[in-house]
Structures are given as C-alpha cells and as structure tokens.
Design a protein around this ligand. Structure first.
Ligand code: PHE
Length: 394
C-alpha cells in the first residue's frame, strides 16, 4: 500500500476521503476460517449445511462489495447508520467490505439459485471486548417458491413434513402471530401465500435449532429445547423476526430472518416467487457450543487452540494460558539404570501439576558404565519470570 493506493487481496485500489480500511483488517481478508474443516467455524458451517442437504452450499464470495450491493439492492434507506464510515470499512467510496451476507442475496437469486446457504466473513467496525470483533462470520440461508400452483403445493407439502418432524421432537416453541399490524405482509403478496411462507420459515428454523442445540448439555438433561420468536425489523424483509434459544439458563439471540422483500426478488429477475431468508452469526453459536470464552480465540494460530478440534466434532474447548509457554532445563547425574523416564514424569506432575505441558529428555551423557547425565526440558504453560538453565548435579 502507498499514500494514494491500498493493496487489498493482491489488487491496488485508489484511496479517497472514504478510505478507512486498516492493515490489521486487510490481514484477515484471506484467512477463510469458515473453510477450514477442523476449525470450530468450519465444523459449525458443515453442521448447518448438513441440515439443509438439498440446498446449494456457497462459501467463496469476495468480501469486497459495492455499497449498492450491500445496502441499496436491499432497500436500505439513504440515511441508514450502517452506511457511515464509523460503522463500516471502506476501501474507497465505491467499494467496501460487506457488513452482512445478505449483500449476496440479489446475485445468488439472479444466478437461478432458489434454495441456498452462503457462508462468509463479514466486517463491522466495533468495540473491542470478548464478544465483539470487527470480523465475524455469517450463514445466510434462503428458500423461494414459484407463486404458481405447483410452487405453492410444494410449500404446503414442505410445511406438513416439517410440522410432522417437530411434533415428534423435544421442543417447546414460544410463537407469535406470523403477520400483524406492526409486522405486516407485503402489499403485493397474496395473504394466504404470505402466511404459508412465514410458517415455512418458522418450521425450517425451529428444526435447525433442534439440530444445533437439541439434546445438548446446556439445555438441561432431558429438558425440551426452548425457542422463542420475536417481532423484528430489517429493511429487506417483511414480516421480520428474531429467534432466541434458551441455553445455559439464558435466552440467546441466534438469528434474524423474514420474508424476502419483493423488490429484492424483482431486482434478481425472479419476480414470480415468494420466499424467506435468514442470517445467523457463527461465532456466537460456536462460542456457546464449544464453550469458547473469547471471540479472539477463533483467530488464534496457536496449536494449543487449533489441535483441540477435528472436522465435524463439537467438543468443549479446554482453556490454556494467553501467554506463550516457556521452558526450563534441568540436568542431573543418575545411575544408568536408576531412574525410569516415567518416574521422573510422575515427580514433575506431583510438583507442577498441569502447569507442566511437556517433559522431554533433550540429551543424555554417559560417563562411565553406570553413571549418566540426563538433561530434561520442562515446558510450562506460561511465563512468570525468565530464568536460565538450572543444573542440578547429584
Ligand atoms: N443480514 C441481517 C443481519 O446481519 C440478518 C438477516 C438476514 C435478516 C436475512 C433477515 C434476513 O443482521
């Protein structure tokens, strides 16, 4: 990058008064955490994809979008706060980092995709703490039906199938009316079709919540999963909802969703369709499912983090020190046959407990037939004070 240009993903873009992207954000653009199968975000993405086997699964869209794509195509008003430079990252006034996966709705529908999931990194300027980070990941899901008799018949059948599945599941749903005066259907929509789509959205997401949270420890042994629906507002859906799940004794906000605005589908050239979309944040869900206490850990390249996870495997995270490990060396003379490796390890364990991460013999010096000098390296999990090598000679 130079004074006049900024290098983003291998391309130079001219700067202007809107440019506010930073070096540390540019570093994140090619990490693709959600595409790493063993990473918690990759595993969670796979779990969600496995819940929608017949949907197209997309995950390779560039984070660079025009403000038109991120906002205008989705009917955001001209004065929406999300557009401001204090909330979003701009490369220049014509190009920005997407703030949500909904930015790809129009192009995905326009490609002819009717049922799809799209996973991507999204960027929002934010405060710094354990649950906020300027980069996070979302999964957008959408399903649209043709508004002809066949399409509506498919919709009804899907509703019956999902209702049947949920009836036989351990779930309690706190529902609200699909459509109300404050959460209206769109004027161009047939009232019955709008009801059926809103119902399909709720049934589909209730069953996704069962896949993600049903039967897990945080729900309480044998207790039903509790899901609640709340009226919401988004510029690009109507009616709109938020979904919350009761987990570890608290209501957690999981996602936003709604019936896709007809203007979005018109822009995508699929006017004779009706359907829904949702957007969920992966980090928030992964932090709960994996007991990961700090959102910054997802970006860790420390093997103590990464090696805890395998593809498709949701296991609780085992915390380790935030500080790098340090080692201490110890060497001593012992009779050649006098000390078994395991005896020494047990001694270390007795004294240091789990603070000792690793014990390794680094050299061994034999002087005469029955005396040896053994040199061990003890790695402990965090730094208190730097000290040199300690030699203990017996
Ligand atoms: N894009 C919205 C957000 O980031 C979520 C959303 C997606 C809402 C799709 C409705 C439909 O908050």
């Amino acid at each position: 990058s130079t004074d006049s240009h900024v290098n983003v993903l291998g391309q130079y873009y001219s700067k202007d008064s809107a440019t506010n992207i930073t070096a540390s954000i540019i570093d994140k653009l090619d990490r693709k955490l959600h595409q790493q199968p063993a990473h918690p975000l990759g595993s969670l993405r796979s779990l969600i994809e496995s819940h929608y086997p017949s949907f197209t699964h997309l995950s390779n869209f560039t984070p660079l979008v025009t403000p038109a794509k991120n906002f205008d195509d989705l009917s955001f008003p001209a004065d929406h706060p999300g557009r401001s430079a204090s909330d979003s990252y701009y490369i220049n006034k014509d190009l920005m980092l997407r703030t949500h996966t909904s930015a790809h709705e129009v192009e995905t529908f326009a490609k002819g995709e009717r049922k799809w999931l799209l996973t991507a990194d999204v960027y929002r300027r934010d405060e710094i703490d354990a649950t906020h980070y300027p980069v996070f990941h979302q999964v957008e899901g959408a399903s649209i039906f043709p508004t002809n008799p066949t399409g509506i018949h498919d919709l009804e059948e899907d509703n019956a199938r999902l209702a049947d599945y949920l009836k036989n599941s351990n779930i309690v749903i706190e529902d609200i009316p699909h459509i109300t005066g404050s959460n209206p259907r769109q004027p161009t929509h047939d009232p019955r079709q709008a009801e059926l789509v809103a119902q399909n959205l709720k049934l589909s997401l209730n069953s996704l919540m069962l896949t993600l949270f049903g039967g897990r420890a945080g729900v309480g042994g044998g207790e039903p999963l509790r899901v609640r629906w709340i009226e919401a507002y988004f510029p690009f859906t109507s009616p709109s909802y938020e979904v919350e799940v009761f987990f570890h004794g608290k209501w957690l906000e999981i996602l936003g969703c709604g019936v896709v605005l007809q203007s979005t589908l018109d822009r995508a050239n699929v006017p004779d369709s009706i359907g829904w979309a949702f957007g969920l944040g992966l980090e928030r869900i992964a932090m709960i499912l994996y007991s990961i206490p700090d959102i910054r850990l997802f970006w860790s390249q420390d093997p103590r983090f990464l090696n805890q996870f395998a593809p498709g495997n949701i296991v609780p995270f085992v915390p380790y020190s935030k500080h790098p490990s340090c080692y201490k060396d110890i060497s001593f003379w012992v009779p050649e046959q006098g000390l078994h490796e395991n005896d020494f390890c047990d001694l270390v364990r007795d004294v240091a407990g789990d603070l000792a991460e690793n014990v390794k013999m680094v050299s061994r010096l034999r002087c005469d037939a029955d005396l040896a000098n053994k040199h061990y390296r003890l790695t402990r999990s965090h730094i208190r004070k730097r000290e040199g090598t300690v030699d203990v000679t017996a």
